[in-house]
Design a protein. Structure first.
Length: 87
């Protein structure tokens, strides 16, 4: 199950997770980064790099943050910039 970036990323958008992702599956969704669940290989490299602890394994996302998994699954990634596209 893919990893999920949750609410704590909003306004922070630290690129440490983007830098370590071996498959470049982290995208800029405007107010936060999102992980494309179709591209994520569940390597977990992003999770310990997040300074605000916004990243969870998909099956361990707290109930009150589960809507972030749905948001990531429903996005049209062809319209988003890869995470490195951010200044």
């Amino acid at each position: 199950m893919a990893y999920v970036i949750t609410e704590a990323c909003i306004g922070t958008k630290n690129t440490a997770c983007v830098a370590v992702c071996p498959v470049d599956c982290i995208y800029d969704a405007g107010d936060q980064y999102v992980i494309n669940p179709e591209e994520c290989i569940d390597c977990s490299m992003c999770m310990p790099q997040c300074p605000v602890e916004a990243i969870y394994p998909g099956d361990q996302v707290p109930d009150d943050l589960r809507h972030y998994a749905k948001k990531a699954a429903d996005l049209d990634y062809s319209k988003l910039a890869p995470g490195w596209g951010v200044n």
